[in-house]
Design a protein around this ligand. Structure first.
Ligand code: CTP
Length: 397
């Protein structure tokens, strides 16, 4: 596994958390794999591991302060951040994530992160509530938008006695992620088509039929697929969200425009249809409907094309077609029926009775030919990462 790491220089920033001691094990593994490790210890990190043990294992000087003149003479922080092939922050505390996400430069670690264009891998570890807090999730989304890789923490019992996501991943998993940073990504060379957001169907020049879809889930999936190396075309309905790094975005308004944009994006290896497409459009009036004392206007509805079914039964059907199902009852039965009817391989079934629209968290079930898996309640970003990794495994088991 370590071959890709051999001869590489890793700048390792050790933050202040109970998991900091595991960074020592990571140093040992990196050196065993033939990497040079330049260690940086934050002020709080030094409360958990000593510069002496970190420096001895790395076989290098440990840098702790922006103001160490001797270090500045030997190698200033700007050069230091650029001397590395990869910067690894382990453990990445909630505080370090927040400071990196807001571009602060108030200690050596944050300054290095701001002064570099070297790829950065964050390995978070923190209390479960800190991890789940909206502020932390927001910071992680920002960091990912900035092109930084943020690993998912492990689930389990924490040092503080609580239980849930927040534990530092196993050192073998961190090593695998570091190796992956240097190797080809699993979806390199694949083209993924993703739809997201609502569609707006005009009634007249000033009114439309729409829905509450925020686009968050589809945008997160597009970003997660791009992070694994896929070329991603994101066909987005009207939403105000930033385009994830590495994603080509096509903005559309109506279902028919979305269908046309999807067909134009083919061929693709993967299609993930997340958009909440309006099922009906109105026969659009040329002029604004007026009240003018007469009868209430009757809006005649026409059914829209089913974009997922169109792709699922297309002559250029992608090898893997994934749909979503929004249901308020009989979730799994309806999702399985939708999978068959629309020609999808997988369906991510969402119980929208639980107030999913616009929220950051969701509860989904994964449905394929073999049956279903309950993926539990989790942030939409976590669903996106899990789905992207599942897709990667589908292509290289
Ligand atoms: N979908 C689509 N085009 C449509 C309607 C839906 O591509 N015109 C896709 C959605 O992107 C999603 C899936 O179909 O991947 C299921 O959407 P959902 O709203 O749950 O299903 P509907 O087809 O609207 O079925 P129903 O209203 O009967 O639940």
């Amino acid at each position: 596994m370590g071959a890709a790491v051999h001869g590489k220089t890793i700048l390792l920033i050790v933050g202040g958390g109970i998991a900091a001691f595991k960074a020592l094990e990571l140093v040992r593994e990196l050196r065993r794999a033939g990497a040079r490790v330049l260690p940086v210890l934050t002020e709080n990190g030094a409360r958990f591991v000593t510069p002496l043990s970190l420096g001895a294992l790395a076989g290098e000087l440990v840098r702790t302060s922006l103001w160490d003149l001797e270090d500045e003479a030997a190698m200033g922080h700007i050069q230091l951040s650029r001397a590395a092939d990869l910067i690894v922050v382990c453990p990445a505390t909630a505080d370090l994530l927040a400071r990196a996400a807001t571009g602060q430069a108030n200690d050596l670690a944050s300054t290095l992160l701001l002064a570099t264009d070297t790829p950065v891998l964050m390995v978070p570890a923190m209390n479960v509530r800190m991890w789940q807090h909206a502020a932390t999730q927001r910071n992680i989304a920002t960091l990912r938008d900035d092109g930084i890789t943020v690993m998912m923490p492990d689930d389990g019992e924490m040092a503080c006695g609580e239980y849930g996501p927040g534990r530092l991943p196993e050192v073998t998993a961190i090593m695998a992620e570091i190796t992956a940073q240097f190797g080809p990504k699993p979806l390199t060379g694949r083209h993924a088509l993703v739809t997201a957001g609502p569609t707006h169907e005009p009634i007249d020049p000033v009114r439309f039929i729409g829905n509450h879809s925020s686009g968050k889930q589809g945008f997160a999936i597009a970003g997660a697929l791009a992070a694994l190396g896929a070329r991603v075309t994101l066909v987005a309905g009207p939403v105000h969200l930033a385009t994830p790094a590495g994603v080509t975005r096509v903005d559309v308004i109506t279902a028919r425009d979305m269908a046309t944009a999807c067909a134009a994006a083919l061929p693709a290896d993967i299609a993930v249809m997340v958009a909440a497409v309006a099922d009906w459009r109105a026969e659009t009036a040329d002029h604004k409907l007026k009240k003018d004392g007469g009868a209430t206007p009757a809006i005649a509805l026409v059914e829209n094309p089913d974009i997922l079914a169109g792709i699922g039964h297309h002559a250029q059907r992608p090898a893997l077609v994934v749909g979503f199902a929004a249901e308020t009852r009989d979730l799994l039965a309806n999702a399985a029926a939708k999978r068959a009817r629309k020609g999808a391989d997988w369906i991510i079934a969402n119980d929208v009775g639980e107030g999913v629209f616009g929220a950051d968290a969701t509860h989904v079930h994964f449905v394929n030919q073999a049956g279903s898996e309950d993926w539990g309640a989790s942030p939409k970003q976590a669903v996106a990462d899990r789905l992207a990794h599942r897709i990667a495994r589908h292509f290289s088991p």
